[in-house]
Design a binder for this molecule. Structure first.
Ligand SMILES: Cc1cc2nc3c(=O)[nH]c(=O)nc-3n(C[C@H](O)[C@H](O)[C@H](O)COP(=O)(O)OP(=O)(O)OC[C@H]3O[C@@H](n4cnc5c(N)ncnc54)[C@H](O)[C@@H]3O)c2cc1C
Length: 288
């Protein structure tokens, strides 16, 4: 029935250039599709109604995981079409960023992960991998028709098409810089047996000196329809401090103020703020 009502034309580019050219030519009625596991849900809900689908799956240059050493620092590059299943089994990703492996393990069931891509998760702006990638300081490379532009994921999300789940840019690659040996946490609060988006998804990453002083901290939260956000004021509050009760109380209050989730039928924005603040304070307390 749905198929009869909506029958978009499907295009199969073989390169980033070709895909970009198609999107330019077809305009905003066209949207990119990778495995379609999220797009299909949004389509059935009537949130997207593309006249044309540009299927990226034939673009080999944006598949796979590799490692490079740049100026003595190791960087892991993940092509956008890499499936969540291959990420989960990648020893490179596990060694480099166990936080990302843990996040991917919590997404959907194996049958979906074997098709769903990391690019689709990120490009949607609401995927559960995003808070972990933000905490891992990930960069995103997009293709602009002739070259790849790389920027911090948090910045790309801020600039992304107004909270739409579709993206007018092609996400080509995710880069994970080396994070050294950091403590981390990832918590996804909500149901996952069918795809009901999480209530809140929170991730954090922290490095400390021997005396306990925090030298590096990243905190990120998202969940539901909320675009994941880095909590930069709360990070600043913690930088250079050691984790004590008084600091955690300040962090709790700060997260309540700083995190800006949206309300939906499952939970109010304030409830989500409270969960995020509680989880962050209690996870940091565990590090102490
Ligand atoms: C049963 C089930 C359970 C699920 N559980 C979860 C869950 O727990 N957590 C979660 O986060 N998600 C979940 N999902 C949603 C989905 O599987 C993931 O978000 C997945 O990573 C999306 O990848 P995809 O390749 O299927 O993206 P698609 O559905 O193909 O695309 C998603 C969006 O990204 C765009 N897009 C895709 N690739 C690119 C690209 N390279 N460049 C630009 N735009 C692009 C598309 O236009 C679309 O708007 C679930 C889905 C199902 C069916």
């Amino acid at each position: 029935m749905l198929g009869e009502m909506l029958s978009p034309a499907v295009w199969f580019p073989k390169s980033l250039e070709e895909a970009w050219g198609m999107r330019q030519r077809l305009g905003s009625h066209a949207c990119f599709i990778a495995a379609g596991t999220l797009l299909q849900i949004e389509w059935e809900k009537g949130r997207v109604d593309p006249g044309h689908l540009i299927n990226l799956e034939g673009i080999d240059e944006i598949k796979g995981v590799s490692r490079e050493v740049m100026s003595g620092r190791s960087v892991v590059r993940i092509g956008a079409l890499t499936t969540l299943g291959s990420l989960l089994s990648s020893s490179l990703v596990l060694q480099h960023s166990p936080l990302v492996t843990e996040a991917v393990r919590g997404i959907a069931a194996p049958a979906v992960r074997n098709r769903a891509t990391i690019g689709g998760n990120v490009a949607s702006g609401i995927g559960d991998a995003i808070p972990a990638l933000l905490a891992a300081d990930a960069l995103v490379s997009t293709f602009d028709g002739s070259t790849r532009l790389t920027k911090p994921l948090w910045r790309w999300l801020q600039e992304k098409d107004n909270g739409q789940i579709t993206s007018s840019e092609i996400v080509a690659q995710i880069e994970l810089p080396g994070s050294g040996t950091a403590d981390y946490f990832y918590r996804k609060i909500g149901r996952r047996e069918a795809f009901i988006p999480s209530v809140v998804t929170i991730a954090g990453c922290c490095m400390r000196k021997e005396d306990g002083t925090i030298t590096h901290i990243r905190l990120a939260a998202g969940g539901g329809e909320t675009s994941p956000q880095r909590l930069q004021f709360s990070e600043k509050l913690l930088q250079g401090m050691s984790i004590q009760d008084a600091v955690l109380e300040d962090v709790y209050r700060n997260v309540l103020e700083e995190f800006q989730p949206v309300s939906d039928v499952f939970a109010s924005a304030y409830y989500r703020k409270q969960i995020a603040a509680n989880v962050i304070a209690s996870e940091l307390a565990k590090f102490a």
